[in-house]
Design a protein around this ligand. Structure first.
Ligand code: HEM
Ligand SMILES: *[C@@H]1O[C@H](CO)[C@@H](O)[C@H](O)[C@H]1NC(C)=O
Ligand SMILES: *[C@@H]1O[C@H](CO)[C@@H](O)[C@H](O)[C@H]1NC(C)=O
Ligand SMILES: *[C@@H]1O[C@H](CO)[C@@H](O)[C@H](O)[C@H]1NC(C)=O
Length: 343
């Protein structure tokens, strides 16, 4: 688990610890100009923050095996919209329409009550200290690790922002985006458009997905009235049973039927045999432009879970570093994650 007294002796842990040390020196020196995130941010003010979140997640997982997948997705949807500022958690207020109502989130993003429960537990232990944006970052790491994936040292110290953007949330990477668009959206988020894109898409190694996001691939791909040629015929037959042409578009499927709740590299071994669920998944391997960009990385992660885990941890730290709010005039520690404090 991600502990500040880093028991993990990995290269990553060491790197993050060095970063953290720099951060603490800056704090201590009182000469801090641009605040940075750091591992030990809550060591003095809320030393049990991470284990408190972990307790809430373990409890939730007992009745909801999907919750770990849902929580990492919330962190992704938070960070890609205005940076990791907790904006995805806000309800509509003061002329800001909630990102929850944007198409990628509406009827899809879930886990909000568990975030609220973690927030409530943290407010009990150390009122007004741990931001909702940090809760999402912590929850993402714990979720991956408790599902069998890699751990990493989570950098902390984000404040919660005071705004949200439904318009930017509408523009999140979409399941029907082609490879060039996916790459452009990752670049725009200041991430790398090959390694980060492929590694983070590996988040689709667990969790669920609605039929509406695959029906076009099954029955009428790009308006051809034919299935997507890059969809394995046996997998297509399987999915056609589960997602009939005029069936309920909200029926759920496993993103990775081979190990639905385990964080492993099967996402990539699936792509190798045309068993990606979303068009945006299979494009990473099968788009004509993939062979010189993303496909070799898919191949590498398919043949080495270790390589995937190392890249995934690194890319998650990078994603968690997208435009964090650290200036107190631009953010706050929310008391409730769905509301800014003065509302
Ligand atoms: C690369 C572009 C991406 C696209 C186009 C995409 C799209 C989607 C879609 C359409 C769903 C299903 C939603 C539903 O059926 O309601 C989904 C689910 C999911 N996504 Fe992504 N996603 C992307 C990247 C990511 C990233 C970067 C992560 C995390 C690192 C992630 C983690 C997940 C998880 C865990 C689920 C399942 C959530 C659950 O079961 O509640 N996705 N994604
Ligand atoms: C969200 O989805 C529901 C049903 O899926 C729909 O009735 C509602 O209008 C949608 N909300 C927005 C803001 O689009
Ligand atoms: C690029 O990112 C900015 C914010 O950094 C956002 O407002 C804009 O909508 C994004 N554009 C695209 C095409 O994703
Ligand atoms: C297939 O898709 C095309 C373009 O999106 C659409 O015009 C057509 O009506 C669809 N065919 C069927 C049978 O739904």
């Amino acid at each position: 688990m991600a502990s500040s007294s880093s028991s993990r002796v990995s290269q990553l842990g060491v790197k993050a610890a060095l970063l953290a040390a720099v951060c603490l020196v800056l704090h201590g020196g009182g000469s801090m100009t641009a605040a940075e995130l750091c591992v030990g941010y809550y060591d003095d003010t809320c030393p049990d923050a991470i284990s408190i979140v972990q307790g809430v997640l373990e409890e939730a997982h007992q009745s909801d095996p999907r919750i770990f997948a849902s929580l990492i997705r919330l962190h992704f949807h938070d960070c890609f919209v205005q940076g990791c500022d907790g904006s995805v958690l806000l309800d509509t207020f003061d002329g800001f329409e909630s990102e929850k109502d944007a198409r990628p989130n509406n009827g899809s993003a879930r886990g909000f009550p568990v975030v609220d429960a973690a927030k409530a537990a943290l407010e009990d232990a150390c009122p007004g200290v741990v931001s909702c944006a940090d809760i999402l970052a912590i929850a993402a790491e714990i979720s991956v690790e408790l599902s069998g994936g890699p751990g990493w040292s989570v950098l902390l110290g984000r404040l919660d922002g005071l705004t949200s953007s439904k318009a930017d949330a509408e523009n999140l990477p979409g399941p029907f985006d082609g490879l060039p668009v996916l790459r452009a959206k990752f670049r725009n988020a200041t991430l790398d458009d090959t390694t980060d894109l492929v590694a983070l898409s590996g988040g689709h190694t667990f969790g669920r997905v609605q039929c509406q996001f695959v029906t076009a691939r099954l029955y009428n791909f790009s308006g051809t009235n034919q299935p997507d040629p890059t969809l394995n015929p046996a997998y297509r037959a399987f999915l056609s049973q589960r997602c009939p042409r005029n069936g309920d578009g909200s029926s759920l499927n496993d993103l990775d039927p081979s190990t639905p709740d385990t964080f492993d590299n099967n996402y990539y071994t699936n792509l190798e045999v045309n068993r990606g669920f979303l068009q945006s998944d299979q494009e990473l391997k099968s788009d004509p432009g993939a062979s010189t960009t993303t496909a070799p990385i898919v191949d590498r992660f398919a043949s080495s879970q270790d390589a995937f885990f190392r890249s995934f941890a690194q890319s998650m730290i990078k994603m968690g570093n997208i435009r964090p709010v650290t200036d107190p005039s631009l953010g706050e520690v929310r008391t409730q994650c769905a509301f800014v404090n003065d509302s």
